[in-house]
Design a protein around this ligand. Structure first.
Ligand SMILES: NC(=O)c1ccc[n+]([C@@H]2O[C@H](COP(=O)([O-])OP(=O)(O)OC[C@H]3O[C@@H](n4cnc5c(N)ncnc54)[C@H](OP(=O)(O)O)[C@@H]3O)[C@@H](O)[C@H]2O)c1
Length: 298
C-alpha cells in the first residue's frame, strides 16, 4: 500500500509517497481501505518531529480517514463486516449548555468550522476570531453569530460589546500563549477556557492565576491522540448518536463537512504548504490511491 512518508523531520519538501507494509488489525480493530484522508495541524507538527505518535500507534502520517472495512481483527466479527463504509479518527470538561456563548478561535480552521456547527447544534451561540475578511465570511455562512479579525481589532473588546459586558461562557482555544490576557478580559465569571492547541506557543508572561481566580474561571485542556481506546470508543459512540444523524436524512439543523480543497496523495507536500501558510478555510482532503489503517471507527 502507499502512504505519505518522510525520512527526516523538516518542511513539506521532505514528504513523498512511499510503498509500505499493509498493517494487520489487532484485537478489536479492523483494517480500513482508505479512500480519503484529511490534513490536521498535528500532521504538520509530526512532520517537523514535534509530535511523535503515542506508543503502539501507527507511525504513518495522517490522523483522519474514510473508506471501507477490508479486514477484521479478533473480536470484530458480528459488529463489522467486509466492505462496511467507515470513517475513523486515529490515534472534557466543556459541556455546552443551551443559550451559552462560545468564542471559537481560528474559526475558519478545520476544527473551527466543525465547532461552529456543533455549538449551533447544542443551541448555543458561536462567535469566532479569524485572520481575514474571507474567513470571517465563511464562518458566518457556517453559522457564527459574530466574527472578529484579531489582526486589526482587539477581539476581547468586541466580544464584550457583543455580550453586553458579560463575556463568553466558553472559549475554545487552539492559539494559547499570545491570547491569554485577551481571553481573560472577555471570559465571563465562572467561564471555562478550553485549550486544545498552542498555535502561538505555550508561554505566558503575567498574572494569569490572579486574573483566573478573580473570575472563578477554569482552564481545561484536551488532547485526543494520546487517549486510550476506551475513551475514543466512547467519543465515537457519542458522536455517532448525537451528531451523525444530522449529516443526512431530515434531521435539522443539517451538519456539513466543509472542504477547502482536495489533493491527490502524491501532492501531499503542496497540501501541507497550504495549511502551514494558514490559507485553508475548512478541511484539506487527501485522496488515496490504495491505503490501509487501523483504529476506532464510526
Ligand atoms: N487537542 C486535540 O486533540 C486536537 C485535535 C485536532 C486539532 N487540534 C488543534 O486544533 C488546531 C486547529 O487545527 P486544524 O487542523 O483545524 O487547523 P487549520 O485548519 O490549519 O487552521 C488553523 C488556523 O489557525 C490560525 N492560526 C495559525 N497560527 C495562529 C496564531 N499564531 N495565532 C492566531 N491564529 C493562528 C490560522 O487562521 P487565521 O488566518 O484565522 O489566523 C490557521 O489557518 C491546531 O492547533 C491543532 O493542533 C487539537
Amino acid at each position: 500500500m502507499f502512504a505519505a512518508y518522510f525520512d527526516c523531520p523538516g518542511g513539506p519538501e521532505n514528504l513523498y509517497m512511499k510503498e509500505v507494509m499493509k498493517p494487520s488489525p489487532g484485537q478489536g480493530e479492523v483494517l480500513v481501505k482508505v479512500s480519503a484522508s484529511a490534513l490536521n495541524r498535528a500532521d504538520l507538527l509530526q512532520r517537523r518531529g514535534k509530535y511523535p505518535p503515542p506508543e503502539g500507534a501507527s507511525d504513518i502520517l495522517g490522523l483522519e480517514a474514510a473508506g471501507s472495512v477490508a479486514g477484521l481483527g479478533p473480536g470484530c466479527r458480528g459488529r463489522w463486516k467486509m466492505g462496511d463504509a467507515v470513517m475513523a479518527l486515529l490515534s472534557g470538561g466543556g459541556k455546552i449548555q443551551e443559550g451559552e456563548t462560545v468564542l471559537i478561535h481560528a474559526g475558519a480552521s478545520g476544527v473551527g468550522m466543525a465547532a461552529i456547527q456543533l455549538v449551533r447544534l447544542a443551541k448555543a451561540i458561536p462567535i469566532v476570531t479569524a485572520g481575514t475578511q474571507e474567513k470571517r465570511k465563511a464562518t458566518a455562512n457556517a453559522g457564527a453569530a459574530a466574527g472578529f479579525n484579531y489582526k486589526n481589532e482587539d477581539f476581547s473588546e468586541k466580544v464584550l460589546e457583543f455580550t453586553q459586558g458579560s463575556g463568553v461562557d466558553i472559549i475554545l482555544d487552539c492559539v494559547g500563549g499570545s491570547y491569554w490576557e485577551k481571553n481573560l478580559n472577555c471570559l465571563s465569571t465562572d467561564g471555562r477556557w478550553i485549550i486544545y492547541g498552542l498555535l502561538s506557543g505555550g508561554e505566558v508572561h503575567g498574572d494569569l492565576l490572579a486574573r483566573l481566580l478573580s473570575k472563578r474561571a477554569s482552564i481545561h485542556t484536551s488532547l485526543l491522540r494520546s487517549r486510550d481506546k476506551e475513551y475514543k470508543e466512547r467519543l465515537v459512540r457519542a458522536f455517532t448518536e448525537d451528531a451523525l444523524p444530522y449529516f443526512s436524512g431530515g434531521a435539522s439543523p443539517r451538519l456539513q463537512p466543509l472542504v477547502d480543497s482536495v489533493y491527490p496523495l502524491h501532492k501531499i507536500a503542496e497540501a501541507h504548504r497550504v495549511m502551514e501558510e494558514n490559507k485553508n478555510i475548512g478541511k484539506i482532503v487527501i485522496e488515496m490511491p490504495v491505503c490501509f489503517k487501523k483504529g476506532p471507527l464510526l
